[in-house]
Design a binder for this molecule. Sequence first.
Ligand SMILES: Nc1nc2c(ncn2[C@@H]2O[C@H](COP(=O)(O)OP(=O)(O)O)[C@@H](O)[C@H]2O)c(=O)[nH]1
Ligand SMILES: [Mg+2]
Length: 138
Amino acid sequence: MAEEHTLLIVKPDGVRRGLTGEVLRRVEAKGLRIAELRMDRVDRALAEEQYAEHRDKPFFGELVDFITSGDVVVARVVGERAVSVLRTLMGPTDPATAPPGTIRGDFGTVITENLVHGSDSPESARRELELFFGPGDP
Ligand SMILES: Nc1nc2c(ncn2[C@@H]2O[C@H](COP(=O)(O)OP(=O)(O)O)[C@@H](O)[C@H]2O)c(=O)[nH]1
Ligand SMILES: [Mg+2]
């Protein structure tokens, strides 16, 4: 058993399009558990910290503008290998080529508006969960 915690964000496009329930349904149906959940608004400082690894990328400004453009839903998701299981449910970054059956593959075409964020490693998950939920569980 290797239960992990990871951060899920339903991005502003997902919330605006009424897909929050669909995303959470898939997470729960897969067998992961939603341990904490809230609707939130990401300010620029938090967005820049969350996406610090992308600071020098050409799309950084667009990414920060987008994630701060509307309400998001943030969740602490827990379960066996939760980090990689959530990433598999999400699908690859570009929804235009993400396979059908994945969240990104089923609901989008534009890379900036790819519906969901999920931590990419247990280390990222710890860092990002602390940003959004404060110190606490792993
Ligand atoms: N416009 C644009 N946005 C990108 C590109 N690569 C990544 N992004 C956006 O930046 C977010 C963070 O990138 P990354 O961590 O590499 O992807 P993720 O972990 O699959 O979300 C992605 O979810 C996309 O919304 C790109 O080449 N162009
Ligand atoms: Mg990432």
